[in-house]
Design a protein around this ligand. Structure first.
Ligand code: PEP
Ligand code: MG
Length: 592
């Protein structure tokens, strides 16, 4: 039976494929693909975990005191039986062998299948056995977590493993949530689209999806419960509709739309080498946002004239507390700088915390570890300044990379003048340390991200110290409107068109221009064509976005006249509904 689920469209286009379910939030495990040559070893891990749990259950049973109720021993017997049940172990091996899932993922995938079967049972006694199977799987997962050898393969091997496991049909990823670090694993994968239950438009998971340029829908609430492994799924990344097991007619309609959007992409691709200049002759800088040095070539291919935001925190994630040292970071930054062949690379100092924890965590664990409100807690520059040795190490690595090309440093979430002082002190010390060690570094500009209203209001004061600013609109919207950017329950209130947000952006751009300093926007707004003309009218000439967005924005720039909307700017900013007011001014709009 065909069903529809609705969520937030976050990455355009239509994807059609078979569902690959990543386990629900109930069990929070790593998901990665295992290369063909490691399949037997992975099955060995499962076998070892099963034997470990069997021994544990046996000894629990033997250690039961004589006065313990008989039901307890019977329960342990049931768990032992489930542990050897074909429906669990053989099927789990199947996921590993056929789909190349790691053992943890395979187990949780099979748990989903079994849980559904139990839910559908009429007999209440049998229905309750679901809890037993969950407990057994949890024991197995804990056992696996304690084993060596369960690491995700390096990206290239992972990509190959995914292709090996894909078979003929295209695959789409369906999950309750995908941690940003897991998304990186999936980045160069075979998935042609993805859906998650949670997340907002600018959650980091959505951002990574957009960078992959595959159709995606987030905040689809029940999707991972309603969709089953292997269901055929249509993901409409333009409208947020997800159709499960579509009828042949609906499928044909979507295949047609898929072909149309591929043609549109091919057409836009041809703009790659066209300079971004408006109709009235204003040159506009279109830069790329990247997450890893390996993304740099796609920035060049897309026609970016530099990197406006390298989110360095992705180098720091999921390393079990073993953070990258100076050499490793230096190599990564140098690789990006060299790949850009003389074009500028803006490296943002680490921005962990909030929805980008260092380790893979559920929302609940995140709260526990990082306080009640991680978005307002020790994140970004606050974390760096709390770990001064780590911060200087990163600064040294970035400075050293600047000997190989044009590098700019960008500091996230600055809000206090005291932080500004500490940042420049750390930088001076890092330079001194390099001088003492006789290490080379080039000249670097230092910029602040404007993503907290306090920073937007004090931008002129900040610019007495910083060389440039970059508007992080994703966070600026979150902090101006007090809306968690990753929370789908308030996603309808997360509004980039809010007059207060636009006012802060306009003032920041105007202040920087008055002072003759560089200003760009590197939040998702920069890659949204609905805002291009308005931002140009505000005076913005530098936009940084995912490489996949550059061609669409360039098309907007080529058709824009910066003077046309500029004369209406006060009217738009003063309007209660700026989106409607901009729409009315468009060709064909009510006021045009
Ligand atoms: C932003 O906040 O707009 C931004 C670019 O930073 P991030 O999305 O990584 O928080
Ligand atoms: Mg930010």
């Amino acid at each position: 039976m065909s069903i529809q689920v609705f969520g937030l469209p976050v990455s355009r286009g239509v994807a059609i494929g078979r569902a690959v379910l990543v386990a629900s939030s109930r069990v929070d495990v790593a998901h990665y693909f295992v290369p063909a040559e490691r399949i037997d070893q992975e099955i060995g891990r499962l076998r070892l975990a099963r034997d470990g749990v069997a021994t544990e259950l046996q000894s629990l049973k033997h250690e039961l005191p004589p006065e313990a109720p008989a039901e307890l021993a019977a329960l342990l017997d049931v768990h032992l039986m489930l542990l050897h049940d074909e429906a669990l172990i053989t099927a789990t091996k199947g996921w590993i062998r056929d789909r190349h899932y790691n053992a943890e993922w395979a187990l949780s995938a099979q748990l989903e299948v079994l849980a559904r079967q139990f839910d559908e049972m009429d007999d209440p006694y049998l229905r309750e056995r679901k809890a037993d199977i969950e407990q057994v799987v949890e024991r197995l997962l804990r056992e696996l977590a304690g084993q060596a050898g369960g690491e995700a393969p390096a990206t290239a091997a992972a990509a190959k493993a995914m292709r090996d496991g894909a078979g003929e049909d295209p695959l789409v990823l369906v999950a309750n949530d995908v941690a940003p670090a897991d998304m990186m694993q999936f980045k160069r994968s075979v998935f042609t689209g993805f859906v998650t239950d949670v997340g907002g438009r600018t959650s980091h998971t959505a951002i990574v999806a957009r960078s992959m340029d595959i159709p995606a829908v987030v905040g689809a609430r029940e999707a991972s419960r309603l969709i089953r492994q292997d269901d055929w799924v249509v993901i409409d990344g333009d409208t947020g509709v997800v159709i499960v097991n579509p009828s042949p007619i609906v499928l044909e309609e979507y295949r047609f739309r898929q072909r149309q959007s591929e043609l549109e992409r091919a057409r836009l691709d041809r703009l790659r080498h066209t300079p971004a200049v408006t109709l009235d002759g204003e040159a506009v800088e279109l830069l790329a946002n990247i997450e890893m040095p390996g993304d740099a070539p796609s920035a060049l291919e897309a026609g970016a004239v530099g990197v406006g935001l390298f989110r360095s925190e992705f180098l720091f994630m999921n390393r079990g507390g073993d953070l990258p040292g100076e050499e490793e970071q230096f190599e990564a930054y140098r690789a990006a700088v060299e790949a850009l062949q003389g074009l500028p690379v803006t490296i943002r100092t680490v921005d962990v915390g909030a929805d980008k924890p260092l380790e893979r965590m559920s929302q609940q664990e995140l709260r526990h570890e990082h306080g009640l409100n991680p978005a307002l807690g020790l994140r970004a520059i606050r974390w760096s300044l709390a770990e001064p040795g780590m911060f200087r190490q990163q600064l040294r690595a970035i400075l050293r990379a600047s000997a190989f090309g044009k590098v700019r440093i960008l500091v996230p979430m600055v809000a206090q003048m005291s932080e500004v002082r500490l940042i420049f002190e750390a930088l001076a010390r890092a330079k001194q340390q390099l001088d003492d060690a006789g290490r080379a570094y080039g000249p670097v500009e230092v910029g602040a991200m404007i993503e907290v209203p306090a920073a937007a209001l004090l931008v002129e004061r900040f610019l007495r110290y910083f060389d440039f600013v970059s508007l992080g609109t994703n966070d600026l919207i979150q902090y101006t409107l007090a809306i968690d950017r990753a929370d789908e329950s308030v996603a309808h209130l997360y509004d980039a068109w809010h007059p207060a947000v636009l006012q802060l952006i306009e003032q920041t751009i105007a202040s920087a221009r008055r002072m003759g300093r560089g200003v760009s926007v590197c939040g998702e707004m920069a890659g949204d064509p609905a805002f291009t003309e308005l931002l140009l009218a505000m005076g913005l000439r530098s936009f940084s976005m995912h490489p996949a967005r550059i061609a669409s924005i360039k098309q907007r720039v080529l058709r824009a006249d910066t003077r046309r909307l500029a004369v209406h700017l006060d009217e738009v900013l003063g309007s209660d509904d700026p989106a409607a007011s901009v729409a009315a001014l468009q060709p064909g709009g009510a006021l045009h």
